[in-house]
Design a protein around this ligand. Structure first.
Ligand code: CA
Length: 231
């Protein structure tokens, strides 16, 4: 094997889930670190610099949202996939707001999770080698290389899915982009996020970009189809 081995950190207290994930990830060629408590996970992440984190929402000491925010504080770019036992949409959105890039609901398929991990890592690698890349609009600008967006004087860190989604829409300025197209190009075919995932990320981007997120001027909904970026 010549490609450098990627390290995945699992923060989860249920031993059978850790064991199942560890086996599957190691079989796929990843190195695996694990922590059963949130604080231990944060320390491990800081010391070891994993390439991605799988983070459970329910932990014995601090909850996954707090862990996510703590991880983001010193590493805005490490991909984080949250495991949640809850299926309520509000929990997922809260996880995404806390800085997670994606989530899966328990019980989940290990293969599905690994497919998402691969898609995430591929996109993370691609955006880290891209040339400095800026786009400016009237009241905001985005730096696709360092994942920051400045809108009306406020700087917002972007997760890489937000970056990739915004990049795709900006590249197709003035043209409607279908949800299917977004899922294929941003999330990758082998992962199977739902259309709702795209919509959640659109909501996140609008909150950062739009002066009035409920009356968007830049990221417009094309009903029954997808979205359109207008400069
Ligand atoms: Ca747990």
């Amino acid at each position: 094997m010549t490609a450098p081995q990627k390290t995945i950190l699992i923060i989860e207290d249920e031993p059978h889930i850790v064991l199942g994930l560890r086996d599957a990830l190691e079989f796929e060629g990843f190195a695996v670190l694990s922590a059963t408590r949130g604080k231990e996970g944060v320390t491990l992440a800081r010391n070891e610099g994993p390439d991605a984190v799988i983070l459970d929402l329910m932990l014995p000491d601090i909850n996954g949202y707090a862990v996510c925010e703590e991880l983001r504080r010193y590493n805005p770019l490490v991909p984080i996939v949250m495991l949640t036992a809850r299926s309520q949409e509000s929990d997922k959105i809260r996880g995404l707001d806390a800085g997670a890039d994606d989530y899966v609901t328990k019980p989940f398929s290990v293969n599905e999770l690994i497919a998402r991990m691969r898609a995430i890592l591929r996109r993370a690698a691609r955006s880290s080698v891209a040339a400095p890349d800026l786009y400016s609009c009237d009241t905001w600008s985005v730096n696709f290389s360092n994942h920051t967006l400045v809108a009306r004087g406020v700087e917002h860190p972007l997760s890489f899915y937000e970056v990739e989604l915004l990049r795709l829409l900006v590249e197709r300025v003035g043209q409607p982009v279908s949800r299917d197209d977004i899922l294929t190009k941003v999330w990758g075919l082998e992962a199977s996020p739902t259309n709702r995932t795209v919509d959640n990320f659109i909501v996140k981007l609008r909150k950062k970009i739009e002066k009035a997120p409920d009356k968007p001027q830049h990221i417009l909904t094309v009903y029954g189809f997808g979205y359109k970026f207008v400069a």
